[in-house]
Ligand binder design. Structure first.
Ligand SMILES: [Zn+2]
Ligand SMILES: [Zn+2]
Length: 331
């Protein structure tokens, strides 16, 4: 991208562009090309969200279409159809344009009012960014752990969170399939960390927030992917939640309320049914060591169906109605 810094002396008059790295130069070029920092930040934030969200979800759509990967699918008998993925995409896009776009747009004035750097260069070093992002992960996980449990109570479930639980076997695109109020409530956990940090330190760059949002989107989409590979992060970092943890929440309609980490559910005992289920599967597999793969799969499907049936009863109780069929069909 070519640009002329001297045409915007107010933004970059004292900046030595030649001393910047490639990313910083592109950043300057973007703000110069757009000309208005409010529009430039708003547009970049929205595009970043769309590109990362769909960019991360598309590989999961492809994986769902390839039977080879089925052996790592957590609920292997429930693969979303193309129609279901498209319905979900339409709802997510509608929500992005009607709820997230105006919110993202309003973010710039709010960010500037508390002293957040936006168009400024150079960026902070990774040594400054890393601990900030670690704090945002910790804060969001705890916020979500509390807010998500509240969303499972009475009217909040029935009128808001029920939409996100449409899929008992989630898939990547379904990460943001939720009621607008839920997007606002749970999204607060994602942006409140950076806002608080910025408010108290008055030293924070929006690029750090972009790195954080990108990582958070990867976390959310992967947690909904429905796949547990031997190389998935939770096998390297045992306290990482990952798909294996959140998939159970959708299947069982209980337990595992956090996003990134397992510790709050473990400390508060809200993973008891999940641990019991894992133990049951492990014991059944050990007892069926000599059985065929088909017999073992059938046993696992039976245990899953029991957990899901119990979850449907709990869900019906939460909203005071009869159990309803799930939309992802058994194939
Ligand atoms: Zn839930
Ligand atoms: Zn979910």
């Amino acid at each position: 991208m070519s640009f002329n810094v001297t045409s915007h002396p107010d933004l970059y008059s004292s900046t030595d562009v030649a001393s910047l790295n490639w990313f910083e130069q592109q950043w300057v070029a973007w703000y110069v090309a757009i000309g208005n920092p409010v529009i430039a930040t708003g547009l970049m934030s929205f595009l970043l969200h769309e590109i990362v969200y769909f960019g991360r979800a598309i590989p999961w759509i492809i994986i769902d279409a390839i039977p080879y990967f089925r052996k790592w699918k957590l609920q292997a008998n429930k693969v979303p159809s193309a129609k279901e993925q498209w319905e979900c995409t339409k709802m997510v896009l509608f929500s992005h344009f009607t709820i997230e776009l105006p919110t993202i747009w309003l973010f710039h004035p709010l960010a500037e009012s508390i002293g957040m750097s936006t168009y400024q260069v150079p960026f902070p070093s990774w040594k400054i960014m890393a601990p900030q992002i670690a704090f945002f992960f910790f804060f969001e996980d705890f916020f979500h752990f509390i807010a998500h449990q509240l969303l499972h109570t009475g009217p909040l479930y029935k009128h808001i969170h029920k939409i996100h639980h449409k899929y008992s076997a989630p898939f990547g695109l379904a990460a943001e399939y939720a009621h607008p109020a839920e997007v606002m409530i749970l999204g607060t956990g994602t942006i409140l960390g950076p806002l608080m940090y910025c408010y108290f330190t008055r030293d924070f760059h929006i690029v750090t927030m972009y790195v954080w949002i990108t990582l958070r989107l990867f976390q959310a989409i992967d947690a909904h992917s429905g796949y547990d590979f031997p190389w998935s992060l939770q096998h390297i970092l045992p306290f990482w939640s990952g798909a294996e943890h959140h998939d159970f929440h959708h299947m069982a309609f209980t337990n595992n309320f956090s996003t990134s980490f397992r510790w709050w559910d473990r400390i508060c005992g809200t993973d008891d049914k999940y641990l019991e289920y894992r133990a049951r599967v492990k014991a059944a597999k050990a007892a069926m060591k000599n059985a065929t793969k088909e017999q073992q799969d059938a046993m696992e499907r039976k245990l899953m169906a029991e957990v899901e049936a119990e979850g449907l009863r709990a869900e019906a109780e939460a909203e005071g109605s009869a159990p309803r069929p799930k939309t992802v069909k058994v194939q």
